[in-house]
Write a protein that binds this ligand. Structure first.
Ligand SMILES: *Cc1c(COP(=O)(O)O)cnc(C)c1O
Length: 475
């Protein structure tokens, strides 16, 4: 143990003093202690570690740098999954990004009435827009769609029974489980039908004097194929209203446009659910709608007003940055052509295979000119992109993949090295090949992608795959 310098000795080092000037004393002192403790443990275990002062100082500086560097950073999505929940779902339109910056930079008209100067309501920034775009009587917004469903079921059915088809008892988007949401809202779940077939008569037979709600949920991340039968929103509404019950439709992805125009199947739209007469319709803001994370609630005025007065509405309140992004995104939809041009999710879905092929060819040429010869072979092949993010399950878009294969580097190794580049790159692996899908690349990412692949290949072929990582330095 005598080999290790004292904390005070490390703090006297010139580079450490400079770090204190930049980052403050407390953080640097803590990092010195942490590094020395870690080295002490290694020495106790008999591991060989460098204990000279310059090595220790380098580790300290690296530890300080790690604490000061954000971990939530931009990455390149080369997976071809358009709405990738792990990679943050929808990329915001420029108008939405600008709105967020503007509202973040100063005070804003979040909750004031401009006319009277009195306190207003934050939802007013999007309420009329949502009504105009969907035909709903009234609307509100909460933190996310899981919150929207929890709130709506609580208001409509607490202490009562909720009937749902067994084919719609879904789990979506990382632990959103319909049965758990219903239990949490204090309602009793009544399952009807079977996994693949549910008829209107199944619902009708389950209605009792305790029933309050018929719940529909778009099974948005899986598909049942073969002999299937579901009840349409219209049929369910007419049954519910005959018995004085409400219908809640969780449509999931919040689509406002016809996805058939992208060569995909038609995804149920918000307008259709509203038109069918559902009392409440909910969806996410950051799926096909292409906005920020949010839970959008549309429906009959009287029900939406009850929802807005419920304490959970306050608990699930939407943030001003989210509202700014959502408002700007929705305003783009007032001109559908502009929405298509400006909203990245729609642009990515609308991209033709010809355009993807042009991008793939450009990327291949750049890589072949850049990568050290003989290290990696680059070829193109036809493939599929996925929509992801709880929409259009099982449906895929034609694409052209750029495939990387190396005699020396495994696909896993290369993918790992790519994730540790700056910016990090996320790819798919299939049959020992790294696959880059140009569909989900943004317009300005080609240069950064080529550089990242180049550096990752050099790193792997240089025999160094141990990237210095926060919390793991020295391990
Ligand atoms: C994605 C999804 C949810 C969860 O939405 P979040 O906004 O992620 O909370 C709920 N229901 C359906 C049908 C979904 O597709």
């Amino acid at each position: 143990m005598r080999q290790l310098p004292a904390v005070s000795r490390v703090l006297q080092d010139r580079r450490v003093q400079d770090a204190i000037a930049v980052h403050g004393r407390q953080l640097v002192v803590d990092c010195v202690r942490e590094v020395l403790n870690r080295l002490r443990e290694h020495l106790q275990k008999g591991s060989a570690v460098a204990t000279d002062l310059p090595s220790i100082v380098s580790e300290v500086l690296q530890a300080v740098e790690c604490w000061r560097t954000p971990t939530l950073r931009r990455v390149i999505n080369a997976t071809g999954v358009v709405l990738h929940t792990g990679l943050g779902r929808a990329v915001l339109a420029q108008a939405a990004r600008r709105a967020v910056t503007e509202v973040a930079q100063g005070h804003s008209m979040l909750e004031v009435d401009r006319d009277t100067g009195e306190r207003g309501d934050r939802i007013e920034h999007v309420r009329d827009l949502l009504c105009r775009l969907t035909g709903a009587e009234d609307a509100t917004v909460v933190n996310n769609n899981a919150g929207a469903v929890l709130l709506a079921v609580t208001v409509l059915a607490q202490g009562k029974e909720v009937i749902i088809s067994r084919g719609q008892l879904v789990e979506i988007g990382g632990a959103f489980r319909m049965p758990d949401i219903i239990a949490q809202s204090g309602a009793k779940l009544v399952e009807v039908g079977t996994t693949n077939r549910t008829r209107l008569s199944d619902y009708e037979q389950a209605i009792t004097s305790d029933t309050a709600l018929l719940l529909r949920c778009h099974p948005s991340n899986f598909r049942i194929v073969g002999f299937t039968e579901e009840v349409s929103a219209e049929e369910l509404v007419s049954l519910a209203h005959r018995y004085g019950l409400a219908v809640l439709d969780d449509v999931g992805s919040g689509c406002l446009v016809d996805t058939a125009q992208f060569g995909l199947e038609h995804e149920p739209t918000l307008q259709e659910s509203v038109q069918a007469g559902c009392d409440i319709v909910t969806c996410s803001g950051d799926k096909l709608l292409g906005g920020p994370q949010a839970g959008i609630i549309l429906g009959r005025r009287q029900v939406v007003q009850r929802i807005r007065k419920h304490p959970l509405h306050r608990a699930l309140r939407v943030d001003k940055l989210t509202l700014a992004a959502l408002e700007a995104t929705l305003r783009l939809y007032l001109n559908p052509d502009e929405a298509q041009r400006e909203i990245p999710v729609l642009r990515t879905l609308a991209m033709s295979v010809g355009e993807v092929r042009r991008r793939a060819n450009r990327l291949r040429r750049r890589l072949q000119a850049t990568l050290p010869s003989g290290t990696v072979t680059v070829r193109l092949r036809d493939g599929l992109s996925a929509v992801g993010g709880g929409s259009l399950p099982g449906q895929q878009l034609g694409t052209v993949l750029v495939c990387l294969r190396s005699p020396e580097i495994s696909a896993q190794q290369l993918a790992h090295a790519l994730r540790w580049q700056e910016p990090a790159v996320f790819v798919r692996i299939e049959q020992e090949e790294v696959l880059i899908d140009p569909r989900t690349l943004l317009d300005d990412e080609l240069d950064a992608l080529v550089r990242a692949i180049d550096r990752a290949v050099v790193r792997c072929t240089g025999g160094k795959t141990n990237h210095a990582r926060c919390g793991q330095s020295g391990d």
